[in-house]
Design a protein around this ligand. Structure first.
Ligand SMILES: NC(=O)c1ccc[n+]([C@@H]2O[C@H](COP(=O)([O-])OP(=O)(O)OC[C@H]3O[C@@H](n4cnc5c(N)ncnc54)[C@H](O)[C@@H]3O)[C@@H](O)[C@H]2O)c1
Length: 450
């Protein structure tokens, strides 16, 4: 209760600050109002809820961001993940408490500003709604939820509480992606009319995640938190009711970019997939999925293909936007990102001069096959690759976290607020339904709104 009083006082301070900002002419969107921090300074007190693989990634990125203080770590796997995160925080001298139960953390931690949530997808709604209602800002990992209904509750809670909710589609804050959207597509319209999109995330076959016996969680605790066994606890992604399978786990990152760059939500989707390689008992979700969306962007039809397979890593992960004047290939992986001009497109020198593209790497010397025949092979040579003029020199998740903290300070607008995350959740969750239905499913425009 004390905690709530404390936060109510903070909310009054937030209101006064917001009003002052409006008075000073600094009018920002609701998601960006500076909301007073517990310390009364730009320092932000944070708790990590879920310190598994991704929780650690967020932790490491936050440790590079000035003004972020960890006050608490909550994780049910005390013997391993909680301990590992806590050890790291001690090393960096963040004085913090550890918890198993998030409610206890919310009751006891009086001076938190925000919570980073990296628990399994099926817990996101419960955890996010509770933290928002406790007066805290939330950064919740993707996928927003494994069901539309739960994702909807998260959007509603953000609206009702007025607290910030950033969904962890970190490419939305990646300077390379922002450059592609703002400069290449919007400003220079370098691709011409985008007609087709193609993307994939292919992963090599891999054994299930295990854990040494000495770190095992007892059966009663596992069941209390929704897991039937240690195997299921470690491999929750593959289980219906806990995760959403690879299309949700991997595909959501990239299909989110389709929606963003096309400035549209799809009209329909058809998909094929199945558990064809792994044992269905341990891989309830499809181990491969191929989906075709139909978008209507700027009153033009765009078809967008996406595939994720988990038995072969060929070509890794990327998104390709194809227009009648050029092709953009972009990936979170820094190794991939270039634009290719169609032979009939106007020269791109002006975009190089404008700093939007880098000079293309010199095309390889033509090597004519020594067949003795007169053969013009130029048509089949790969076009020159114009490199993106922007680099990303931070950890992948760092800019998205920085955006979240800056929004708390009133210095930025969230790059992936709840309603945007919701649109993406609706877009990807339908793919699993389309596989099941084995037919084309239409989206109703109102499905994307809460
Ligand atoms: N943005 C990205 O690039 C990215 C990458 C990987 C994972 N993720 C997302 O991060 C989330 C976590 O994924 P992960 O790979 O770290 O999974 P994980 O299984 O490694 O970690 C989950 C952690 O949550 C803890 N946990 C489970 N239930 C809990 C509860 N009720 N209360 C407190 N702690 C609980 C577990 O003990 C574990 O430590 C998922 O939503 C996933 O989709 C995002």
């Amino acid at each position: 209760m004390d905690n709530q009083k404390n936060r109510k006082a903070m909310d009054r301070r937030s209101f006064l600050r917001s009003t002052a900002a409006v008075g000073a002419g600094l009018v920002l969107a609701p998601q960006s109002f500076g909301q007073a921090t517990a310390s009364g300074t730009d320092d932000i007190n944070v708790a990590l809820l879920g310190s598994g693989a991704q929780g650690q990634v967020l932790l490491n990125a936050c440790l590079k961001i000035p003004g972020v203080r960890f006050k608490a770590v909550c994780d049910i796997w005390t013997a391993y993940n909680q301990k590992r995160a806590s050890r790291l925080l001690k090393k960096y001298r963040h004085e913090h408490n550890t918890y198993v139960d998030y409610q206890e953390m919310l009751d006891k931690e009086k001076d938190l500003d925000a919570v980073l949530i990296a628990t399994p997808d099926f817990r996101h709604a419960e955890h996010t709604v509770a933290c928002l209602k406790a007066g805290l800002h939330v950064y919740c990992e993707k996928e927003m939820s494994n069901t539309r209904e739960e994702a909807r509750k998260m959007v509603q809670a953000a609206k009702e509480t007025g607290k910030l909710l950033q969904i962890g589609h970190q490419r939305r804050s990646n300077p390379r992606y922002i450059h592609c959207y703002e400069k290449l597509i919007k400003e220079a319209k370098i691709l011409g009319r985008i007609t087709t999109v193609n993307g994939q995330w292919n992963r090599a076959a891999r054994p299930p995640l295990g854990s040494p016996k000495k770190y095992a969680i007892d059966q009663a605790t596992l069941e209390k938190y929704g897991f039937k066994s240690m195997h299921q606890f470690r491999n929750w992604r593959w289980y219906k009711g806990l995760g959403g399978g690879p299309i949700v786990d991997l595909g959501s990152h990239q299909i989110d970019i389709y929606n963003w760059f096309l400035e549209a939500s799809p009209k329909s989707v058809m998909a094929s997939g199945g558990t064809d390689y792994y044992d269905k008992a341990t891989h309830q979700w499809y181990d491969n999925v191929m989906a075709v969306y139909e978008y209507e962007a700027s009153q033009q039809i765009v078809r967008a293909f996406y595939q994720t397979i988990t038995t072969n890593s060929s070509q890794g992960y990327f998104e390709t936007f194809m227009g009648n004047q050029g092709t953009l290939v972009i990936s979170e992986s820094a190794a991939r990102g270039a634009v290719y001009r169609e032979p009939s497109a106007p020269e791109w020198d002006k975009w190089v001069k404008a700093g939007i593209l880098n000079e293309p790497a010199k095309p390889a010397e033509e090597e004519k096959p020594d067949t003795g025949a007169v053969l013009d092979v130029r048509e089949t040579l790969a076009p020159p690759a114009y490199e993106l003029a922007v680099k990303m020199d931070k950890l992948y998740h760092q800019p998205h976290l920085e955006n979240f903290f800056d929004a708390i300070r009133g210095k930025a607008k969230l790059n992936c607020p709840a309603d945007v995350g919701y649109e993406t959740a609706v877009t990807v969750l339908k793919v699993n339904e389309a596989v099941e239905a084995a037919c084309r499913l239409d989206f109703k425009p109102k499905e994307f709104k809460v």
